[in-house]
Design a binder for this molecule. Structure first.
Ligand code: AMP
Length: 537
């Protein structure tokens, strides 16, 4: 491990020497000398492989890594295990190798009071009541208020660029993401780390050290019970009451005492009556003197991201990059409408709903495939039209084609068939509102018409085409928006539960980073990688 020294014995925190900080002034001095971004790993000590994984993630993201060890009294209720919580500072220092500094604040350092009562938590940031109505909320009143309170104080003092936390405590992570001002206001980024488990599947936890060998064997039944629920989902079970009961029944037959087994929506933490997409099955049990948590993300299909928005918002580029990053397939539904427009132009089919169009649609064979770099290849009636559909005459025709109800019906049906097994980032005009209303993440990308005209011109130049003047492009964009927004069939609008992302003045990479973060608020990193198979329609 790295050597370590108490601050005061060292001038500067040099690489390879871990510094131990025992007072606020030592911390402030170290922070001032650090001179770069701080990556912060807050813990309550009893460090184990789970914490070490957080430290590795913090280290991997660059910056100086600071670990805090603080058993926070305001998140424990009377009768909980505050006094018996494992406290082994020397062992923690050993376990925290590869850290620049370990900070051991005292209760007074954080609260200015040796015996803060839980009313301190009342003066912390407000909590969204809906987030504490399920899972641990009702069983540990005041707990999440205490967590919010201490995290607000820790971040205020440290001002980190990044805070690294575990997906193991999903409800805590969700509460902090949605209620902690530094995270909500993006003054600090959060890096979530998947659950680290013991060989038998039990999540690593400081409290595991308090179990006797026989209690420890019993505890391993917890992940097994969750595995039973997962197997039931694979066998087709979707009813949450059945899945919850399955876990309970398995655990009730042991010495584990169940507080809850509950299926909830990962972002809202509201109960899910039915599994549709991705949900979290959380469990808390008592084993001897210890209360343990575990969860499993259950998937009735692979996740779906729906990205809608008007033309020229950078949707295609963002979708392609996001799909590649997450290992999901990029479904460009605009290309499907373009392919039909191309076919209608080739066949000199008037742009209207009639019997000839019906005949064309019924006999058309539209196939999608994905190349080595995830790029979508589109063939219609055996012809690869991936490039031809980008020609200006197709661009000019496609809004009117997309407004034809017959065309929409046929293509929507095909898109939904792709979505049955999921694993997609789909882009279009009505993905979140009409085609995939149950997508895990629905995004509405926007940008001003002027910005979009500039992007369209650059795109055309890159494709070797000569763009018209910007004013003409802007007028075309406005007309297309009007058509898309006013058509009777699935008009362009944002989904009620969608997230609006304005892309003016931010880079594509920033947009992709933001979307990746939004996705991981709904689907954990720990659920990757998906089976990256091509969907069959
Ligand atoms: P604690 O010391 O229990 O408060 O945990 C400190 C941080 O480590 C929290 O962000 C936890 O979610 C995270 N953590 C604890 N156990 C694990 C684990 N087994 N895997 C991943 N992260 C963990």
């Amino acid at each position: 491990m790295n050597g370590h020294a108490v601050l005061g014995n060292v001038d500067m925190p040099t690489k390879g020497a871990m510094v131990i900080l025992r007072s606020n002034s030592e911390l402030d001095q170290w922070l001032a000398a650090a001179g770069g971004p701080i990556h912060f790993v807050p813990t309550m000590g009893g460090l184990h492989r789970g914490h070490q994984q957080l430290i590795r993630a913090a280290r991997g993201a660059g910056g100086r890594v600071l670990v805090s060890v603080f058993v926070n009294p305001t998140q424990f209720a009377a009768g909980e295990d505050f006094t018996t919580y494992p406290r082994h500072p020397d062992r923690d220092i050993q376990q925290a190798a590869d850290t620049d500094a370990v900070w051991f604040p005292t209760v007074e350092h954080i609260y200015g009071d040796a015996n803060p009562d839980r009313s301190h938590a009342g003066s912390g940031p407000p909590i969204k009541p809906s987030l504490i109505q399920t899972l641990c909320g009702p069983w540990r009143p005041g707990h999440f208020e205490g967590v919010l309170m201490v995290m607000a104080r820790l971040l205020e003092r440290v001002q980190p660029a990044l805070v690294v936390m575990g997906e193991k405590d999903w409800q805590q992570l969700t509460v902090l993401r949605q209620c902690l001002p530094a995270l909500c206001e993006k003054r600090c980024r959060l890096l979530p780390v998947p659950v680290v488990r013991e060989g038998d599947g039990l999540p690593c936890s400081s409290r595991n050290s308090r179990l006797s060998p026989s209690q420890r064997r019993q505890a391993a039944l917890l992940p097994q019970a969750l595995g039973d629920a997962e197997a039931a989902v694979q066998a087709g079970e979707r009813r949450s009451a059945v899945l919850e009961q399955l876990v309970r029944a398995r655990l009730d037959a042991t010495e584990l005492r169940v507080d809850y087994a509950q299926l909830v929506h990962p972002l809202t933490l509201q109960p899910c009556p039915h599994l549709d997409g991705v949900a979290l099955l959380g469990v808390a049990v008592h084993v001897g003197p210890v209360r343990l948590l575990d969860h499993r993300f259950l998937l009735s299909r692979q996740p779906i991201i729906a990205i809608d928005g008007p033309a020229g918002t950078g949707k295609s580029t963002v979708t392609r990059l996001l799909a590649a990053r997450l290992g999901l397939l990029h479904l460009d539904t605009g290309a499907m409408y373009r392919a039909v427009a191309w076919l209608m132009l080739e066949n000199r089919q008037p742009i209207r709903s009639d019997a000839a169009l019906q005949q064309l649609l019924e006999t058309m064979e539209l196939r999608l495939a994905w190349g080595d770099h995830g790029q979508q290849v589109i063939c219609i009636n055996g012809v690869d039209v991936s490039d031809a559909i980008r020609l200006p005459r197709v661009t000019a025709t496609v809004p009117r084609v997309a407004a034809l109800p017959q065309v929409r019906q046929v293509l929507t049906r095909q898109q939904r068939a792709f979505g049955q097994q999921g694993g997609l980032v789909s882009e279009g005009r009505d993905m979140g509102t009409a085609v995939f209303p149950n997508a895990e993440l629905k995004v509405y990308l926007t940008a001003t018409a002027a910005e979009r005209a500039r992007r369209r011109a650059a795109d055309m130049t890159q494709r070797g085409q000569t763009p018209p003047p910007l004013a003409t492009l802007e007028a075309q964009i406005a007309e297309r928006d009007h058509l898309d927004r006013t058509r009777t069939e699935a008009p362009l609008r944002q989904a009620e539960d969608g997230v609006v992302v304005a892309t003016d003045g931010i880079t594509v990479e920033q947009v992709v980073d933001d979307l990746e973060e939004l996705f991981h608020q709904r689907v954990p990193r720990g659920a990757e990688p998906w089976a990256n198979t091509e969907p069959v329609a």
